[in-house]
Design a protein around this ligand. Structure first.
Ligand code: SAM
Length: 284
């Protein structure tokens, strides 16, 4: 049996190594409930016992599932409605206007969880179909959680999940009720590519994303890790791309790569220094 403090140390190290996230004392209270399914599956009576299994020959796949279970995957459709209103009325129309020559739009959802965020963006774009006829639209949605990505790829939600943030009109327009669950329209899924990816690694594209959403992902990183994540995100972005963070999150004082965009609140753009480092420069 392993001492409780040592148990948390092992779990904290595992989570940090795999995701960059800190298992802060304020998150420790939910460890037991987060691991309850794995405890049952492995006939373990306590978290200490489950952690002891990590050193067994079967420990490697278990480690990955333990780290996954410790992640906070909380999300819902159109989370922070005001931001999605701003995307619909200002940000996307402006982006579309700036990309009329190339007719391409690339969006990256970092920490997409179970898919509600990329689907919300996909709905906003699909509702502008007339404007985007013949455009190449790509939404790359990434997460370190295999479990969350599996749900996202299935695109099937409980009534409770679907109702969280979706109005009736959108539920009916974009989802079909199948056996009591709400299955997303293939038309929306078509433009989304789900990928397992750690935001601390090289981004899925270099210098290409017009819009990056990284909301409620960097909260549990320490300052150095957060700064590294901002550096990787910056590398993925087009020189005039925009970064959207979660409510109350900022790049100010955290990185030299981004500065607040003029509007709306919560949007950030690359600094001139970051654009120069990438070999590009854009008039502000
Ligand atoms: C709280 S959810 C936020 C989901 C969505 N962005 C939103 O705001 O509704 C945070 C997500 O970030 C993911 N995540 C945590 N660390 C990550 C990392 N290092 N790289 C990529 N995704 C990560 C988690 O698995 C989780 O799905």
């Amino acid at each position: 049996m392993i001492e409780r403090d040592m148990t948390y140390e092992v779990l904290a190290r595992l989570l940090e190594e795999r995701t960059g996230q800190n298992l802060t004392p304020s998150r420790q209270w939910r460890v037991e409930s987060a691991l309850s399914a794995l405890l049952r599956e492995h006939d373990a009576v306590s978290v200490d016992e489950l952690v002891a299994h990590l050193t067994s020959p079967f420990g490697c796949p278990l480690s990955s599932r333990v780290a996954d279970a410790l992640l906070n995957n909380e999300t819902y459709f159109f989370r922070d409605q005001m931001i999605f209103d701003a995307l619909a009325t200002d940000v996307l129309p402006d982006l579309i206007a700036r990309r009329t020559a190339s007719r391409r739009l690339k969006v990256w959802c970092v920490g997409c969880s179970t898919g509600q965020e990329p689907l919300s963006i996909a709905m906003l774009l699909a509702e502008r179909k007339a404007l985007l006829e013949d455009w190449s639209i790509e939404i790359v949605a990434t997460d370190v959680s295999h479990r969350a990505l599996e749900v996202a790829r299935n695109g099937s939600y409980t009534a409770f999940e679907a109702q969280r943030g979706l109005d009736m009109k959108r539920m009916i327009r974009w989802f079909e009720e199948v056996d009591g669950r709400w299955k997303v329209s293939p038309e929306l899924l078509r433009n989304i590519t789900y990928r397992h990816h750690n935001v601390l690694a090289t981004p899925p594209r270099t210098g290409e994303f017009d819009l990056v959403l990284c909301r409620n992902v960097l909260l549990y990183f320490d300052a150095a890790t957060r700064s590294k994540a901002f550096g990787q995100i910056a590398t993925g972005m087009a020189p005039d791309g925009l970064l959207l963070l979660g409510a109350g999150e900022t790049t100010v004082g955290q990185t030299a790569c981004f500065e607040p965009a003029q509007k709306p609140a919560g949007m950030f753009r690359l600094t001139e220094a970051a654009r120069r480092a990438a070999g590009t420069s854009v008039a502000a």
